[in-house]
Ligand binder design. Sequence first.
Ligand SMILES: Cc1ncc(COP(=O)(O)O)c(C=O)c1O
Length: 399
Amino acid sequence: MTHTGRHFLQIPGPTNVPDRVLKEIAQATIDHRGPEFADLGVEVLERLKGIFRTHGPVVVFPSSGTGAAEAALVNTLSPGDRILIFETGWFSHIAWKQVAERLGVNVEYVPGTWRRGASPETLEQRLKDDTARELKAVVVVHNETSTGVVSRIADLRRAMNRSGHPALLIVDAISSLASIDLRHDEWEIDVTVCGSQKGLMVPPGLGFNAVSEKALAANATSKLPKAYWNWEEMLKANKSGFFPYTPATNLLYGLREALRMLDEEGFDNVLQRHARHGDATRAAVRAWGLDIVPENPAEYSNSLTAVYTPEGHSADRLRQTILEHFDMSLGTGLGKLAGRVFRIGHLGSFNDLMLAGTLSGVEMGLALAGVPHKPGGVLAAMQSLTASTQKTEPASAAR
Ligand SMILES: Cc1ncc(COP(=O)(O)O)c(C=O)c1O
């Protein structure tokens, strides 16, 4: 089938890259040890602090998110250290448990159903029970991209503080940063881990660690081997806008432009936009009569919605139908959700009509693939979008 117009990339990352960002990336590559590069480096490193809501350093690696996860662990831990990782879904397993175990870290994996976020009560109790203070870090995936369930980091931090336990808090914000509220300093996160390819609207290839004072102190005594991922050399070079090895120069051009765009829109507006799109998508799914993965409304994701297909109807067949007929990619079900779930990405460079188009593709696909559902999802989403537009309309426009 010949496809015309633009492909709809509605997986929950990599996300659509704005033309402004693509154009920047297309510039000639410059000398990464020359004066022009230093300006780029300084601006990007400074602007990143605003996005992570931190006054501390943000380290940028030429890597995917998994690399940034490895960096967070090797820079703060020593061989045999015990850490707590909450099972929230596929990514808590693949990007954290598996990586930590391969590095020789002793993982206590707190079981989860994949339908709820990390429990503050469980965390508090586990830390109180650890009277010997053996646990060195707690790892939580903020927005579990395989399920669309958000863990409440502020509540988890309060639980840690109540327990009085000194463990580090490491947060995976790979699919939440610049889409869902995340406050590195205020929530006393020690390492916030991210990648470029989701809310930041840049192609894959950059990994981030926002680092607290406490994490830097842990770095000074951590004994896991680190060379490429070493924060110390990075932070030294970053002071003047440079990197200890060849950075991903052109992706940094793209990142600078994306950060300027987020600034132009206003960070609160960015988060508000994602909230509206999350609400509208869930309104559509409810109208179709389908179920979403998260059980607790306080844990609904604003960056993606994971939807169950009814028993006996393959989510992958539905995705294939939609790709063939409408040239739209939706996220696949991962791990134990394979074939049972499809994921609608609504994060990054996105607007109301892109969402309406996305949901139209899903609704037509449901009909074509013979998946039982009620019509009217797109209409429900449009009504949700209109209602929230009216609510946020500035007074001058209403006159
Ligand atoms: C929450 C989360 N953690 C970790 C990863 C792994 O990141 P990457 O595939 O960039 O290595 C992803 C990727 O989608 C993710 O969504």
